[in-house]
Design a protein around this ligand. Structure first.
Ligand code: 3H9
Length: 704
């Protein structure tokens, strides 16, 4: 079956792209020859006065170039050629003497937008699925199908840069506002309107004075340098793609279109072979895989969910409530023990929905229906019909167990799932007193829930597969990337964080300056350093988990007396304004609180001037080794889940591909040697996971 169909009517050619047996349209080798023969047909038909290009798919216009091809490209030259090839294909439309119109309905990304840029007109549907953007930067690439060249010639430079540097996807109305599309219409009339555009003939697009000024050297240089500053502060120069985009746009705007396209192809070639881009592509396919993963190995499926109960209206509970009413579009009953707590939680949800309205992401009637899905209560009224109840209360085992009993008593014959949102309490412990332990599951959300992309679902020893699958499905509907892990102290994300944080505290006790430790890990690519992170998460929370892990793993995760001293000084971190950092008005957490050193008995802080390399190795390898233990013990189902969990849950630098991909890139022999060295010098806590030793022995990696 063909990818493209061509119909001619009244002098207008309608080209429809509809890749058979695929949910997506992508530009691939398979589509190239068909595309060229259709264009040759159009070119040679003198009776035609126009061409309309549309998609036959309901929610997709064109998702860009086929990303899987990038995995087969080995050299810069091959990548350069693939960009040139696409340029050539698109130029054939640009060169047509007839009027051309792209009718955009559904996602129009990367090469999809680049294709539409060579058309005389772009008309888009107002459908929610119409999202227009150049997400190449998220693959460590630049838009190599004419994006860096044509986009800043079509829309104002700051808008073009914003799109290219963030990969932001615009709604049709936003695209219209910046001049990226000519008109936005209902999808039912999209094709008719597109056909009408042919009568307008070729447009005479002269850019306005402001746009021309923007492209002139001094103004352009200023805009670019401001953007570069922002990129550097956000990425610390760790990501080659945004910097290459800026350089290519800057130089390209001073060139003819042809020369600029060639420069773009060179930049694309350089980026595609970087290790960073390879890892981003791996992440793309890992997250795509996870979208299809039910989370269980059996063929158990998720049950439908209409009502969700949330226990506890604090920041966590309210956040869970919000993503459930907004994204999952499911009714939520939110319960708290105090009127104030409940009111605060409901207001929190309200504020987030208001924000969407104010930003015109939703219409007033949608605001109303989202809010109508949320009700609150101080008792269990309304919980009887819950399909899933998620508790988001304190980390207190007996409180959680009491809630399980309450819900079991209420639900009668209904098989209500009880999901516990805990970061470390084993699910089997919560289920220990339950009548139906098979209906207990862990759903570990990250704070703030509305922003953090990960959900770690924890399957207890007795959790039924349908329960795990339902929790996974609910998480996906809430917009989360979901990994499923097996039960154990700290599960996966918390467990790997503990040795990482503790090693950092140990360095402080050895006299290394706190700021230097945090700077070192940030220079590796972590979003915040480990000590700062402890302040953010709550030192009390961290300290509690260390004890749990120490009980489970003994010498491998030893206790540190420094943490007790911090707590004894009533320092819980950011939440009570006292921690390792100074939260006074003039510092606001930016500076280390120097008094912390005497609290933990460190004299002459900073006396130990370890190199960044040594600091990074000690702290990082604590995490890497623990991640390997989690895979070895079956806490993790796969290295893929470990990578995605660490990147989306802990901010592990995405350009490394995650802890497992990173270890693979170092080579397991190297990882083993490092760990053995650390083990010999610092003792049991660096004892290498057997899995690392085995893989190194077999000259294998986690993925190979
Ligand atoms: C580019 O265009 C470079 C040019 O500038 C220059 C070139 C020289 N390629 O995510 P889903 C597959 S770079 C290959 O579950 P959704 C996906 O793997 C490209 N495959 O659906 C999956 O396959 P499978 C710039 C792709 O509805 C299936 O489609 N474009 C591509 O949740 C369903 O995907 C992008 O970065 C692709 N381009 O989300 C867009 N796109 O079923 C990347 C999708 O076998 N794509 N697939 O596992 C996306 O963001 C989302 O997939 C999309 C749909 C929003 C389109």
């Amino acid at each position: 079956m063909a990818i493209f169909t061509l119909e001619k009517n009244n002098g207008i050619a309608l080209v429809t792209m509809d890749t058979p047996d695929s949910p997506q349209n992508v530009l691939s080798e398979a589509s190239q020859s068909e595309y060229e023969s259709i264009l040759a047909d159009i070119r040679n038909d003198n009776s035609l006065k126009g061409m309309v290009f549309a998609s036959g798919k309901k929610d997709v216009f064109l998702a860009g170039a086929d990303i899987s091809i990038f995995q087969t490209i080995e050299t810069q030259e091959q990548a350069y050629e693939s960009s040139k090839l696409l340029h050539g294909m698109l130029q054939q439309v640009a060169d047509l003497p007839i009027t051309t119109v792209a009718a955009i309905n559904g996602v129009c990304l990367g090469g999809g937008l680049e294709l539409s840029l060579v058309f005389d007109y772009r008309v888009a549907s107002d459908s929610k699925s119409t999202r227009i953007g150049v997400p190449e930067v998220q693959l460590g690439l630049l838009p190599g199908g004419g994006g860096t060249t044509r986009l800043p010639r079509v829309v104002p430079l700051p808008d073009a840069l914003d799109m290219m540097l963030t990969g932001r996807q615009l709604s049709a109305s936003r695209a219209k506002k910046i001049g990226l599309v000519d008109e936005v219409v209902a999808s039912s009339i999209l094709l008719d309107v597109a056909h009408n555009y042919v009568a307008k003939g070729k447009p005479n697009r002269k850019s306005g004075f402001k746009d021309r000024l923007m492209r002139m050297s001094p103004v352009r240089q200023f805009v670019i340098s401001q953007a570069r500053k922002k990129v550097m502060s956000q990425t610390k120069g760790k990501y080659p793609a945004p910097l290459k985009i800026l350089d290519t746009v800057n130089r390209g705007l001073a060139m003819s279109l042809d020369k600029a396209l060639d420069l773009e192809a060179k930049g694309f070639g350089e980026l595609l072979v970087t290790p960073e881009s390879k890892q981003f592509v791996n992440i793309f396919f890992a997250t795509t895989d996870l979208k299809k993963d039910t989370g269980v190995d059996s063929d158990a499926t998720a049950r439908p969910i209409s009502n969700v109960g949330v226990l506890g209206a604090g920041l966590m509970g309210a956040g869970i409530g919000y993503v459930t009413v907004d994204k999952a579009k499911t009714t939520v009953r939110l319960k708290d023990i105090s009127v104030e707590g409940l009111a605060k939680g409901m207001a929190y949800v309200g504020k987030l929905v208001d924000k969407k309205l104010n930003r015109r992401r939703i219409k007033p009637h949608q605001h109303q229906s989202i809010m109508a899905r949320l009700t609150g209560s101080l008792d269990y009224r309304g919980f009887k019909n819950s399909d899933v109840v998620i508790e988001a209360v304190f980390e207190d085992l007996s409180l959680k167990q009491r809630m399980v009993a309450d819900i079991e008593a209420l639900s009668g014959n209904k098989e209500t799932i009880f999901a516990t949102n805990t970061s470390a309490i084993p699910i089997d412990d919560v289920a220990a007193t339950a009548k139906h332990p098979e209906r207990i599951v862990g759903m570990h959300y990250f704070s703030p829930v509305e922003k953090m992309p990960l959900l770690e679902v924890i399957s207890g020893t007795k959790t039924a597969d349908w329960v795990t699958a339902t929790a996974v499905e609910l998480g996906k509907k809430q917009g989360k990337t979901v990994i499923v892990v097996n039960d154990g102290p700290g599960f996966y994300t918390t467990r790997v964080l503990v040795p990482y944080n503790m090693e950092a505290v140990r360095l402080v006790l050895e006299g290394v300056a706190i700021q230097e430790i945090d700077n070192s890990l940030e220079s590796f690519g972590m979003p915040v350093g480990p000590i700062k992170l402890m302040d953010e998460v709550g030192i009390d929370v961290g300290a509690h988990i260390v004890v749990t892990l120490n009980q489970a793993f003994g010498d491998r995760i030893p206790l540190i007396d420094g943490v007790d001293k911090v707590l004894a000084d009533e320092r819980m971190g950011k939440k009570n304004g006292k921690g390792f950092y100074d939260y006074s008005e003039d510092s606001k957490g930016k500076r280390v609180d120097q008094s912390i050193y005497s609290v933990i008995g460190v004299e002459n802080p900073g006396r130990n001037e370890l190199s960044r390399q040594v600091i990074i190795e000690r702290v990082l390898f604590s995490m890497l080794n623990e991640a390997a233990y989690c895979l070895q013990e079956g806490i993790l189902r796969s290295a893929r889940d470990g990578d995605i969990g660490a990147i989306f849950g802990l901010g592990f630098p995405p350009f490394t591909g995650g802890p497992f991909r990173y270890m693979d890139s170092l080579g397991l022999t190297e990882v083993r040697a490092k760990l053995e060295g650390l083990h010999a010098e610092h003792g049991q806590r660096f004892k290498p996971a057997q899995l690392i030793l085995d893989l190194a022995e077999q000259s294998k990696g986690f993925y190979s």
